[in-house]
Ligand binder design. Structure first.
Ligand SMILES: *[C@@H]1O[C@H](CO)[C@@H](O)[C@H](O)[C@H]1NC(C)=O
Ligand SMILES: *[C@@H]1O[C@H](CO)[C@@H](O)[C@H](O)[C@H]1NC(C)=O
Ligand SMILES: *[C@@H]1O[C@H](CO)[C@@H](O)[C@H](O)[C@H]1NC(C)=O
Length: 398
């Protein structure tokens, strides 16, 4: 008997079948957020790594910033010649204009790259300190089921209604329960609570998060106002001993994430005049404001009777920096851009529940969303089946 070739083992087939199912279920989809904005620092670093000179300069700068401490601003005078040369070298690179996204994957890596190359941007007169986060606001339309909305008790206040909208959405509900769990009463664990609050505002759909926090109340409705103030579980999330505002800011700046969020707020909630015109779009200011919740500088509504907000800190004991401290305090509590942005969002939320929202172009997203459901990704199973069948056929021929 001649030696017969042993039949091919089946694991290959199994593997392919598993792979095809995995792809068909969409697990192979690349995350959309990162590719949608071209200027990501992660992408820019990849480009830089491909160029030996850029790669070396970046590497050099990494050691400069780490030896100077994580988030301390490097002064030109205190920089070594090697570090200065590296910053010069990088000024022509793609890293110069790179940004991060509040909701991207690998956020921490992106911010680390941003702050590493930051000295190259800020030394000399290249540009003023700007937010690490991209400027544009791409808001997704509401995905609220109108028939579910009509099931809500008609006489409940709007903050309760927005809380119920969150509950009706699996993701929002899960993320809200996650922070409620670690932020509530005797189970309060402040650091965990802050982390879960950040997770909520990063991961829940923006309309859900904004609806929950920036819900409108009638002026006399204190239980609504109380609910709104308690949205972020202030008794756990905010410090029990009120710190000095400048100390709080120093503490925040020592942490890359908090530092980035604060700079984002300062960039985008910057009032241009007393009327409340913002330096950029109002919606961008709100995104920056919500980005601070869960950091050391978490702001909140100060009372149940109005929509004034403030940081949980005091300017007592600021010594000769009293004025600087009050400015910081006022950038939250008396910021016309922020106040206008909050008022506009609340009135938008009020109109969503108005009897006749059809006249309002901003509210039409709901109707539109209802009529045009988001396109579903096409299943790729047929193509893959053909591919697998071809492979199986080839195998029988071997
Ligand atoms: C940067 O680019 C400019 C013009 O493109 C060029 O003149 C200059 O030599 C470049 N500098 C470095 C350090 O590569
Ligand atoms: C909206 O909610 C209603 C009531 O729960 C349900 O019957 C309907 O299928 C939902 N529609 C969509 C598009 O999810
Ligand atoms: C909001 O209410 C608080 C507490 O009653 C008060 O101190 C603050 O001045 C009010 N804000 C406005 C804008 O009226």
């Amino acid at each position: 008997m001649g030696p017969s070739r042993s039949p091919r083992p089946p694991p290959l087939v199994l593997l392919l079948l598993v792979l095809s199912l995995w792809l068909a279920l969409g697990a192979g989809d690349s995350p959309p957020t990162e590719s949608r904005f071209v200027n990501s620092c992660i992408h820019a670093r990849k480009k830089c790594q491909a160029d030996p000179a850029c790669k070396a300069a970046f590497h050099q700068l990494e050691s400069c910033t780490s030896s100077a401490g994580t988030a301390l601003a490097l002064e030109e005078s205190t920089m070594s010649a090697d570090c200065l040369q590296a910053t010069q070298q990088l000024r022509n690179s793609s890293l110069m204009g790179c940004t991060c996204h509040l909701r991207m994957k690998h956020k921490a890596t992106c911010l680390k790259i941003y702050w590493t190359v930051h000295p190259a941007r800020s030394l000399g007169d290249y540009e003023l300190d700007v937010s690490p986060y991209e400027d544009t606001v791409t808001s997704k339309p509401w995905k609220v089921n109108l028939s579910k909305l009509s099931m809500l008790k008609p006489d409940s206040d709007l903050c309760l209604k927005f809380a119920m909208i969150c509950t009706l959405n699996d993701k929002c509900d899960r993320l809200r329960k996650a922070y409620a769990e670690v932020c509530s009463g005797f189970r309060c664990q402040r650091q965990l609570c802050l982390a879960q609050l950040r997770a909520f505002f990063e991961k829940a759909a923006e309309p859900h998060a904004q609806g929950l926090l920036l819900c409108p109340c009638r002026p006399e409705d204190v239980s609504c106002g109380e609910r709104r103030r308690n949205t972020i579980a202030p008794s756990c999330a905010l410090p029990s001993v009120v710190p000095n505002c400048l100390d709080l800011r120093s503490f925040c700046r020592a942490d890359p994430l908090c530092r980035s969020r604060l700079l984002d707020f300062q960039t985008h909630c910057h009032p241009m005049d007393v009327l409340g015109t913002c330096a950029t779009e109002q919606s961008r200011c709100l995104r920056a404001y919500l980005g601070l919740i869960g950091t050391a500088m978490t702001p909140n509504f100060i009372s149940k009777v109005n929509t004034s907000v403030a940081l949980s800190c005091t300017c007592r004991g600021s010594g000769n920096l009293q004025e600087e401290c009050e400015q910081l305090e006022k950038s939250f509590s008396q910021n016309p851009c922020l106040m206008e942005a909050i008022a506009a969002k609340m009135s938008f939320h009020r109109r969503l529940f108005a009897q006749d929202p059809v006249d309002d172009p901003t509210a039409s997203v709901i109707q539109q969303q209802k009529n045009n459901p988001a396109p579903r990704p096409q299943p790729r199973l047929p193509v893959l089946s053909v591919f697998i069948l071809t492979l199986l056929l080839l195998q029988t021929l071997w």
